[in-house]
Design a protein around this ligand. Structure first.
Ligand code: ADP
Ligand code: ZN
Ligand code: ZN
Length: 741
């Protein structure tokens, strides 16, 4: 017998399967997915690898095939289904098989689960009575005591016996030898949530909710499996719908995975699921220890739970009979992995569901362009919930044109309207959120008088300012000198837009000295748990105003918040990213959804230099359709996803000159082999961050109508890179339909 083994060496060029002979003593123990120790290379270094399959025949010279040394005793095995999933991911997204295997196996080390021992009585009533009389006659008190206890309760906890009954191990052993009892042990897995009590509240579903629930039930019970897109406004009761769908699946003896962005995976959310499913629910998140995570995986595998809630990686939960995968807040960029393989949870979920005969539900108040595009094509079943579930109205939105504020002599970051409303809410003892829509390194140039933003003439994304005064396009590499006056209106008030949350906090404190202000951003959330502390302080009304970045607009429900201010609403419009319109619309809509979740209706102020931009207009009108129509036209015109497909080839190297040269070769190679294939090659250009820790980075974009074309191109490029030693010093990765470059 032989085993195909993938060797665990982080080296792109070694992504091959090696055949090993299985030694006689391991024959019965070995199966695909196990980690093994194998001799490798000339020196027969002992390294690790994964068995991917077994075979009867040897494909190589028999005399050269080496033998597996041993099974890695403390490792976690990968399930066969997940190996297949990993192979699919490698094929779709590039990278090595070992990288893909490690992705589907979020926990590597087996951490010994606690073992619980108990004693089981093996004798019948009569036999016990006889034995007991015997012990008593012989005055063997401890034995008699133990047997009496077992007669009461035929299964006893080991600890209880030794501690409470004061019976020692030799006594227990003696009884075991006489066939009176058996010592049994079982593994006990930790449960990360302590109070898992079911407490069903009766809920009357709205008509919209019922419609979705019934549609899903009908499909599911008829054996129809599909992908659903649930587009429901914030507060429309999507979570309740998910839980009802899960109930349908669980009633059929199947299991469900619920993906939630880590940031929204709050205690409140988890408790809602616990109230519904009791201790048949578990969570997976980064706050659990490796041991706890391992235990959750084992509980899932053993059928101890029905529902797993967690961020992206929970997608790989080894449930025996998966019925449903829910992806909440489907549009969130965190669903895209930033490590190779750079997979998108939505795509992998749909593939896994297809293979395992499960359904997928994607939910969002602001569905991603991808999801809505697929739904419109009829690939997903679309359901809409347009109304909030009980009473609450949607917030009233005011758009303020900041150019006019400047003309009227207000140079503050806060518009007159916003100042007025803040004053009002402070007096009414209600809460306020001020959200600065800023993203990473957005160093775009804009005119404060007319709002004009300087963009790349070829790509329609904003140019970024670089050191040395150049303005650069991060897509195609186009450059021009920095402008000193506005090309639209001639104003000299043009420059880099910069304002931080710290600045806003100071300003707000100066303007409203009576207000208690909290700030939440990268700086104030560095410490573990500080994120939650700030949010819970605000929830407990220890502050009147919460100032923060986009972090504050997600997840939590603050019933006392009746005013949300979005400062520099258009800031995220001009990041150098074709998704900036989408991100802006999503953020503003989510922010508006924060206002007026309690009894009092909410108001929202959107401050912008570009009130006519369709993303701003649509979010002010809370009109998803209007946004989608405009945005899809732009994507189609420019050939961006989801209409076409984009593959980023990311190259990184310490040597900038070598990197430039390699990118040139790569681009030439693509152009040479493209043949009749319809594709566009753009770049090489600098990605948003063009140097990290002295490693230079470049990116080549390839656009094609068909995804498949890009996958084939990726395969050929991987081969080309493998056989050319010139690329050895370089790290080259692929990113399909990138989101976070
Ligand atoms: P979403 O996930 O769409 O934002 P949720 O499911 O969180 O909405 O619902 C918002 C709030 O409304 C929650 O407190 C939830 O318990 C409540 N809710 C949802 N559906 C109903 C209903 N049919 N009747 C009463 N309350 C509901
Ligand atoms: Zn101008
Ligand atoms: Zn460009």
């Amino acid at each position: 017998m032989f085993a195909d083994v993938i060797v665990d060496i982080q080296h792109e060029k070694l992504d091959k399967i090696f055949q090993y002979r299985i030694p006689e003593r391991l024959k019965d123990e070995l199966y695909p997915g196990l980690e093994v120790i194998i001799p490798f290379g000339k020196g027969n270094r002992q390294i690790k690898g994964y068995v991917t399959s077994l075979s009867e025949t040897c494909n190589y010279d028999l005399s050269k095939v080496k033998e597996i040394t041993d099974i890695s005793r403390n490792s976690v095995a990968i399930e066969a289904r997940l190996i297949a999933l990993a192979a699919w991911m490698k094929e779709q997204y590039g990278g090595t098989m070992i990288q893909a295997l490690k992705t589907v196996l979020p926990i590597k080390q087996k951490e010994n689960a606690k073992v619980k021992k108990h004693l089981r009585l093996l004798l019948t009533e009569e036999e016990s009575q006889e034995k007991l009389a015997f012990y008593q006659k012989k005055n063997q008190k401890a034995r008699a005591r133990l047997l009496e206890a077992l007669k009461e309760a035929p299964i006893l906890d080991y600890e209880l016996v030794t501690k409470k009954l004061n019976v020692t191990l030799p006594v227990i052993r003696a009884l075991e030898e006489q066939g009176v009892l058996k010592i049994e042990s079982e593994q006990v897995y930790r449960n990360p949530v302590k109070q898992a009590k079911k407490s069903q509240q009766e809920i009357i579903y709205t008509e919209e909710q019922q419609h979705v629930i019934q549609g899903f039930r009908q499909d599911y019970l008829c054996g129809t499996r599909r992908t659903y897109l649930l587009h429901g406004v914030t507060g429309s009761g999507k979570t309740e719908v998910y839980m009802e769908m899960i109930r349908t699946v669980v009633d059929q003896g199947k299991q469900a995975i619920v993906l939630i962005p880590e940031i929204a995976l709050t205690y409140q959310t988890v408790m809602r699921f616990y109230r519904c499913f009791g201790d048949r629910v578990s969570i997976m998140n980064s706050r659990l220890s490796a041991g706890e995570r391992y235990d959750q995986m084992m509980r899932a595998k053993k059928g101890e739970i029905d529902v797993m809630i967690g961020p992206r990686s929970a997608l790989f939960t080894p449930f025996p009979d998966l019925g449903l995968i829910v992806i909440d807040e489907e549009h969130e960029p965190t669903y895209k992995s930033e490590q190779v393989p750079r997979y998108h949870a939505r795509e992998v979920a749909i593939h896994r569901a297809e293979v395992e005969d499960a359904s997928v539900v994607l939910g969002s108040a602001t569905p991603s362009m991808e999801a809505m595009y697929r739904a419109r094509l009829g690939e997903y079943q679309l359901y809409e919930m347009k109304n909030r579930s009980h009473m609450q109205q949607m917030a009233t939105v005011h758009t303020v044109d900041m150019r006019k504020e400047l003309k009227n002599g207000n140079r503050s970051i806060l518009s007159e309207k916003l100042q007025e409303l803040i004053e009002d809410r402070l007096n009414a003892k209600e809460q306020i959120m001020l959200f600065l829509n800023r993203r990473g390194y957005s160093g775009f140039i804009s005119c404060r008088e007319c709002g004009h933003v300087v963009k790349c003439p070829h790509c329609n994304v904003s140019l970024s300012v670089h050191k040395g005064g150049k303005m650069v396009c991060h897509y195609c590499g186009y450059e021009q000198p920095k402008v000193t006056e506005c090309p639209e209106c001639g104003s000299r008030y043009i420059g880099e837009f910069r304002a931080g949350t710290q600045q806003i906090e100071d300003m707000v404190k100066a303007r409203f000295p009576q207000a208690r202000v909290l700030r939440m951003d990268m700086d104030t959330t560095k410490k573990k748990d500080s994120h939650e502390q700030i949010l819970s302080a605000f929830a407990n009304e220890e502050a009147d105003i919460l100032v923060g970045t986009q972090m504050i607009v997600k997840g939590h429900d603050f019933p006392k918040v009746t005013l949300v201010g979005a400062l520099a609403a258009d800031m995220s419009l001009y990041t150098d990213d074709y998704r900036s319109g989408e991100r802006t619309f999503q953020l503003l809509t989510q922010a508006a959804g924060r206002a007026g979740r309690g009894d009092r209706p909410g108001e929202v102020v959107i401050q912008t230099y570009d009130p006519e931009h369709y993303a701003i207009e649509a979010s002010a009108a809370q009109d998803y359709e209007a946004f989608y129509e405009k945005e899809i036209r732009y994507r189609s015109l420019m050939g961006y996803p989801p209409v076409e497909n984009l593959m980023a080839v990311l190259a990184a190297c310490e040597d900038e000159v070598l990197l430039e040269k390699a990118c040139k070769y790569l681009k030439e190679y693509i152009l040479r082999i493209k043949g009749q294939a319809q594709l566009d090659v753009i770049g090489p250009a600098s990605p948003g961050v063009d140097k990290i820790k002295d490693i230079y980075r470049r990116v080549i974009y390839v656009k094609a109508p068909e995804y498949r074309t890009l996958v084939v191109l990726k395969d050929r490029m991987e081969q080309y890179i493998e056989i050319n030693s010139g690329f050895q010093k370089m790290r080259i990765q692929f990113d399909f339909n990138p989101m976070n470059l």
